[in-house]
Design a protein around this ligand. Sequence first.
Ligand code: PEP
Length: 241
Amino acid sequence: MPSKLAAGNWKMHGLKSDLSELPAIADTATATSIPALICPPATLIAAAATPGLHIGGQNCHIANQGAHTGDVSAQMLCDAGASHVIVGHSERRSDHNETDKDIEAQAKAAWSAGLIAIVCIGETLAQREAGNCLDVLAKQLRNSVPDDATAANTVVAYEPVWAIGTGRVAEIEQITEVHDALRVDLCVRFNDGKDFTLLYGGSVKAANASEIFSCANVNGALVGGASLKAADFCPIIEALA
Ligand code: PEP
């Protein structure tokens, strides 16, 4: 049975003063028994430690250390208090030209450091409109998720690129079709495929969360904008309970 997860991606938002949002998020996670994760900028990971809340990174280098100015390793994230790391977010794929193979290596680096990898996949609007959505996603899943992934060390997040930060959430039928297909692919490939946590991401907010979570193979959400404030994120956690 997949674990549920309400994950927040703060992207390049957040100063120390914003950590005041975390206790209320942790309280909601505890009250609902829903695991909640906040991935703040790397600068805030150590300071973000809050009982009852998981903290994660937003990307990691494949090496533990080295001459890689500006990068952060999975080992460093773990050392700072992270339990998870997002890899393959579409903004990393587009802004930093990260490929499926890069992301596969990052997921392995995450595991080596003891982190759970949240592997993001998602089609562009052009790919969807061309009718290639499921093929594109199957390829990303196959090439970004390592062969030795397990439900314990890997979470898969489906985030249609056209729904991220746009306010345009995918239709329930679209989410259902994709998540059902991803579940089949995971079950074909992995012995514990039925147990992988599958997140939907893309303009999730309190108003649409319950409907999204009613889809059979949606086990939680990866939330950007609506994770920055406890008042927005706590109702999403509650909708997952
Ligand atoms: C994200 O950053 O992964 C995301 C889904 O953003 P938003 O919720 O703002 O669309």
